[in-house]
Design a protein around this ligand. Structure first.
Ligand code: R5P
Length: 314
């Protein structure tokens, strides 16, 4: 069997280290250079000829730097004769522009798929893609894992009592249902309208949250407009406690202020995006759960040609 080689970009080197520990495979040595004009260059310090290469890179903020760095990394590995290159993207940025729902707008998720493939990626491994159908933008294999087992295991360790799973918008209902199947409880959904990139309006709630623990499930918290507006509505409708769970904590713009001002009892996110100690202190009662074992195990199975879907299919 060819050698597995694991590399990390600068998007989430903490998670890459944890994946490396899980696999017992050290991170490959790379020299990254930022030129004064903003261009990036890198040089592999190890021989990768004929190897099975995995690059861990979340395309989180700074999104453009991290995406470009990933593309350059892939190009570098390809030119150094790696046999197979897998882009491991715990957070797949640019995914929310995934359709042309008005005139004169791009489809960036498709653009990123084209860029990765053109650069030379042979596979993509990711987690909770904003929309599962983005897999169809690729003509190479894409494994889209789910963080649900990690977040649900944490929820089961809490005292939840009577539970309602709330989707903060209609797009997330399917995701909330997966949690409901595992944790039990009823389902509710918020009718949300997006006003701009930063502003949303929660219009109404369908479902019962009175005297319940609300577990609000989202894939991404970016500016936190969506979840905080939804929290306001469930609180107004008599929720007893509010727990917010999301896979990807982007936490940009006014997110931290909004979350700390919202009456959230507990916040759980995963480590697909690094969260500084300083930010952690300002978030409402946060827990950051690691997906390193999940992603590490998927890498191990891809390398050994074993089933990956059995990691998330019930
Ligand atoms: C929307 O479709 C997503 O699932 C998230 O709800 C949204 O992207 C979160 O963005 P923000 O935190 O800026 O409202």
């Amino acid at each position: 069997m060819i050698n597995l080689r694991l590399f990390s970009g600068r998007g989430n080197d903490g998670l890459a280290e944890r994946i490396s520990e899980y696999l017992g495979s050290p991170l490959g040595q790379v020299q990254v250079v930022d030129f004064p004009d903003g261009e990036i260059s890198l040089k592999l310090l190890d021989d990768v000829r004929g190897c099975d290469a995995f690059i861990v890179q979340s395309t989180c903020p700074p999104a453009n730097r991290n995406l470009m760095e990933l593309l350059i990394f892939i190009d570098c590995l390809k030119r150094a004769s790696a046999q197979r290159i897998t882009a491991v993207m715990p957070y797949f940025g640019y995914a929310r522009q995934d359709r042309k729902d008005e005139g004169r707008v791009p489809i960036t998720a498709k653009l990123v798929a084209n860029l990765l493939t053109t650069a030379g990626a042979d596979r993509v491994l990711t987690l909770d893609l904003h929309a599962a159908q983005i897999q169809g933008f690729f003509d190479i294999p894409v494994d889209n894992l789910s963080a649900e087992p990690v977040l649900s295991a944490h929820m089961l360790s809490l005292d939840l009592g009577p539970l309602t799973l709330v989707s903060p918008d209609v797009g997330n209902i399917k995701r909330a249902r997966v949690y409901a199947n595992h944790l039990g409880g009823e389902l509710a959904v918020i009718d949300k309208r997006r006003i701009s990139g930063e502003e949303t309006k929660a219009m109404a709630i369908i479902g019962d949250v009175k005297d319940k623990t609300v577990l609000m499930i989202d894939d991404i918290i970016a500016t936190a407009g969506t979840v905080t507006k939804a929290c306001q509505i469930v609180r107004d409708h008599g929720a007893r406690q509010i727990i917010v769970a999301a896979t990807h904590g982007v936490f940009c713009g006014p997110a931290v202020e909004r979350l700390s001002a919202a009456s959230i009892d507990h916040l759980a996110v995963t480590d697909t995006i690094p969260i500084s100690e300083e930010m952690r202190k300002r978030l409402p009662n946060p827990t950051v759960l690691s997906v390193s074992e999940l992603m590490g195990e998927a890498i191990r199975r891809i390398h050994r040609h074993e089933s990956v879907s059995s990691l998330f299919m019930k």
